[in-house]
Structures are given as structure tokens and as C-alpha cells.
Design a protein around this ligand. Structure first.
Ligand code: ATP
Length: 319
């Protein structure tokens, strides 16, 4: 049987706002945040080679970054394992029996950056195997699977359905295919909303920030200001920049800016250079982004940021 292959773009996200509203019964933090897809992406290629003689699924993962795990610690590998558990088997009811899934990731999104890079790779593998195995799962069904991998995965699934040309045909009437969403609960309850059209500069200080530690840390500090997400949604609807700026608040900064001076430095420098003054840490950090009025401005600020942080990029939101 012939192998089949699909290439997908696994886009990064930024948080235009991030609020933490206490703890849920399951011990996770209750969040309310606006997630926006951006053009910076990894290239994920997935090849399926079925075998008549083999039962079970083999998974082979390659990537251009030597330091990324290539086994079950990689979210893309985990996604293939999950799909195998759900849909493969030797009985007649299974969708696929034996074969090999080959995954190649060309990584561009900085790792452990607050940009959901790993989650997006995982989401791409779910989409890919849905196609290669002819499962015909809806976005909503893929999101239920994705939530088992991580809380950012469902948003990445929705965004990829909207922004990958080779996926779009199947989802063009599905409102869940979107570039921007309000996320509540643990971040997996998603409502599509109108997104932001903007050029961007991103800069990741050369430090590692543990998401778990940041969420633990946030319980120990004062949160003087929360974003008004209702106002932010209204402002996005009419592109009212001043209200957008006022509500671009990430409460996790109350912990990270105290604990990591490099994030403060990066934020201050972008704030100084960015005419819009809209500058925020994404997710649990450490990446800081600024909204720019033009590609020219984004490129210029990026050049200045590269002097301090070699992981600095100019890009834009998707729409
Ligand atoms: P989020 O914003 O969803 O918290 P992040 O941008 O902070 O994500 P990732 O880039 O997803 O973080 O990486 C977090 C950790 O996950 C890293 O320690 C990395 O080794 C591991 N990881 C597993 N799979 C991947 C992958 N495909 N790409 C990047 N990191 C991965």
C-alpha cells in the first residue's frame, strides 16, 4: 500500500489578555484569556505508510532542533500515540491496523516561550492523522482529543483549521475554524471572536520559565489589575485601539516581572521602541510582544531586540 503524506503549518499564538480567576475543583487555575494566532509557525510533515503484515503503529519523529525530545515526551509524538490508541487495532471495527507514522518538524517557534509551539505541533499531528486515516472528525471532536494533550492544543486545532489551505475545504462552514478565541475554564472552553489585525515584534529573553512555577507563583502575589475581557472583545469587534491597549493585561506578569529581570528589561525596551505602547508578555512567558503600526516598524524593533535576545522575530497576526 502506498504511503500518504500531508504538510501542515503549526502556528504560534499570543495572549492579548490573560486573567486568572482562582482555582477550579480539579486544582487547575480558572483562566479567562484572549488567544490570537500569529503567522510565525513550525512546518509539520506527517507521512502514513500502512502495512498489511504488521499490527500496531510505529512512530518515527525527526526535527531540526537537536535538543527537542524525539520520543513520547514530544507533544507531536504523544498526539500520534493518542490517535493510535483511539483509532487503530486489529479488529474489524478499527479505522487502521498496522503501519508507520513518520513526523518531521521544522521548528521555528521558540521553545518553552509562552507561544504554544509544542501544543501546535501536537494539534497538527491530530489534524494530519484525521486526514490520512480518513476519520472525518469535526473540529469539535478533534478539540476533545486535543484537550487530553494540553490546554493550548484545542485553540491550535481551531486556528490550524482556519489557516491551513489544505484543511480549510473540510471546515469552511464550521465557526470553530477561527484565528482568535476567548478561552475559559482551564483554557479549553473556546468561543471564536473577531481577532486583531496587527504587525508584531516578539522577543524571548534567554531564560527558561516553568509554566507550573508561574501558576504556583501567581497565588502568592497581589494582582492589582485584571483585564476587562468583555470590553476587550467589544474593542476588538470595532478595532478600538485605545480600549484594546487598556485591556491588554496578563496577570501572570505580576509574578514573572518580579522574578525575572530579563523580562522587565525586554518589556521596557520594546515599550520604549513601540509607537503603539501595546506591549505584553505572552502566556506564562518569557516572550514579550509589541503591536506595531507597520511591517517596517516591526522589522526595525526586531533588529534592535536582536542585540539583546537572539530569539527575536517580526511577524503579524493571522486573519
Ligand atoms: P505553552 O504556551 O502552550 O505553555 P510553550 O510555548 O511555553 O507552550 P513549548 O514550546 O510547547 O512551550 O515547550 C514546552 C516544553 O515542551 C519544552 O520543555 C519542550 O522540551 C517540550 N516539548 C515537547 N514537545 C515539543 C515540541 N514539539 N516543540 C517544542 N517543545 C516541545
Amino acid at each position: 500500500m502506498n504511503p500518504k503524506q500531508i504538510e501542515l503549518k503549526a502556528f504560534a499564538k499570543i495572549n492579548l489578555s490573560l486573567d486568572v480567576q482562582g482555582l477550579l475543583d480539579n486544582g487547575f487555575h480558572k483562566v479567562e484569556m484572549v488567544m490570537q494566532q500569529i503567522l510565525l509557525c513550525d512546518d509539520v510533515s506527517v507521512c502514513w505508510a500502512p502495512s498489511e503484515y504488521k499490527s500496531g503503529i510505529d512512530i518515527l519523529l525527526s526535527t531540526n532542533k537537536y535538543y527537542l525530545p524525539k520520543d513520547a515526551r514530544n507533544l507531536a509524538y504523544k498526539a500520534a500515540l493518542l490517535m493510535g490508541d483511539e483509532f487503530s487495532g486489529s479488529d474489524g471495527a478499527a479505522w487502521v491496523s498496522g503501519g508507520t507514522v513518520k513526523i518531521d518538524i521544522k521548528k521555528r517557534i521558540p521553545v518553552a516561550a509562552g507561544l504554544a509551539g509544542g501544543s501546535s505541533d501536537g494539534a497538527a499531528v491530530l489534524h494530519a492523522l484525521n486526514r490520512l486515516w480518513n476519520l472525518n472528525l469535526s473540529i469539535s471532536e478533534l478539540c476533545i482529543l486535543g484537550a487530553k494533550l494540553g490546554s493550548d492544543v484545542p485553540f491550535c486545532i481551531m486556528g490550524q483549521a482556519a489557516a491551513n489551505h489544505n484543511l480549510m475545504t473540510g471546515y469552511k462552514d464550521d465557526p470553530l475554524a477561527c484565528h482568535c478565541a476567548l478561552a475559559t475554564g482551564t483554557g479549553t472552553e473556546l468561543r471564536p471572536i473577531k481577532g486583531l489585525k496587527s504587525h508584531l515584534v516578539l522577543s524571548k529573553p534567554p531564560i527558561a520559565v516553568s509554566t507550573a512555577q508561574v501558576y504556583k507563583g501567581i497565588d502568592t502575589v497581589e494582582i492589582p489589575a485584571h483585564p476587562d475581557n468583555d470590553a476587550l472583545l467589544d474593542a476588538l469587534e470595532i478595532n478600538h485601539r485605545e480600549t484594546i491597549k487598556k485591556n491588554m493585561v496578563n496577570v501572570l506578569e505580576n509574578f514573572t516581572l518580579k522574578s525575572y529581570p530579563m523580562i522587565v528589561y525586554t518589556k521596557n525596551k520594546i515599550q520604549y521602541l513601540c509607537k503603539s505602547g501595546c506591549v505584553l508578555m505572552s502566556g506564562s512567558g518569557p516572550t514579550v510582544f509589541g503591536l506595531c503600526d507597520s511591517m517596517k516598524e516591526a522589522k526595525y524593533i526586531c533588529k534592535q531586540m536582536l542585540k539583546d535576545n537572539k530569539e527575536s522575530y517580526w511577524t503579524r497576526t493571522t486573519w
